[in-house]
Write a protein that binds this ligand. Structure first.
Ligand code: PBE
Length: 270
């Protein structure tokens, strides 16, 4: 008897996250680019928490599952999963996460601007904060602990920058694990510089709009070139791009490693 096909076993379903996420749009594009829509493949919208819980259960039972996956994220630390090859390059190669600030920030808050401009860390550093939060540590506390443990790194961002006294600054973000980590760290560094930061979680489109309309001062959540690419294009000219705060991120479809016959998005077809 032939091997059982993957599609019917998982109802031709890719387990996704929140509808606004760039990875969801990219996955829709992958479904059409790889001609999977015609085979009834569909992308299920949920949330990161629901997706990782579905993944957890599938792995416990050694069942097949296809998820929207990205790195840095603790899912790759906690579970034996692998990215599927993407020969048609729908998700792109490595991504970087950029810092986006409102126009006029340099003039209005030069100290914060300098810190935001210098803010740069590695996937390993971000992962440390993410894992703490996943272990149940309050994000603000996880950020404080990380800053305490990494004074040299933080000093690179704040060296020679004058202290301020209670200036309010607003940073918006989407409550993805990666952005919970980076936004809390940035806010805490600004607080230690004398700012009174507020961080506000929202959907991706309002986040971009908040900086474009100057309702917010900054966001550190721009996954580029592809994942947040549409928003970047939509709001181009209405923000200042301070460049990458993290390099070596990656986005794609992922499956458990025990699915040894599924190594490429092309393999979903068979
Ligand atoms: N992510 C995590 C986001 C960006 C951060 C990959 C889920 C997305 O827009 O898809």
């Amino acid at each position: 008897d032939a091997k059982q096909k993957l599609g019917p076993q998982i109802n031709y379903t890719i387990t996704g996250i929140d509808a606004g996420a760039g990875i969801m749009a990219s996955t829709q594009k992958a479904l059409s680019t790889y001609h999977l829509e015609g085979q009834n493949w569909q992308l299920q919208t949920s949330s990161t928490a629901a997706m990782t819980s579905t993944l957890d259960k599938a792995i416990a039972d050694k069942r097949p599952i296809v998820i929207t996956g990205w790195q840095p994220h603790w899912m790759f630390t906690k579970y034996p999963i692998k990215f599927l090859k993407d020969p048609k390059n729908v998700f792109g190669q490595a991504e970087h996460i950029n810092t986006i600030v409102r126009k006029g920030l340099k003039k209005d808050m030069p100290e914060a601007y300098t810190i935001l401009d210098r803010f740069h860390w590695t996937p390993a550093e971000m992962s440390k904060v993410m894992l703490q939060v996943n272990d149940g540590v309050d994000p603000e506390k996880a950020a404080k602990d990380w800053i305490k443990a990494n004074p040299k790194q933080v000093a690179k961002w704040t060296k020679g920058v004058k202290k301020v006294h209670g200036t309010k600054i607003k940073v918006t973000y989407v409550a993805w694990d990666s952005e919970i980590a980076s936004t809390n760290v940035v806010a805490e560094v600004l607080r230690q510089q004398g700012y009174e930061p507020t961080i506000q979680a929202m959907e991706i489109q309002p986040m971009w709009a908040s900086v474009a309309t100057k309702a917010a001062d900054a966001q550190v959540a721009a996954w580029l070139p592809k994942t947040s690419g549409l928003y970047y294009k939509d709001y181009q000219g209405k923000f200042e791009d301070l460049g990458p705060n993290l390099e070596g991120a990656k986005v794609g479809l992922a499956v458990p490693k025990y699915m040894t016959n599924v190594n490429s998005i092309e393999d979903l077809k068979t």
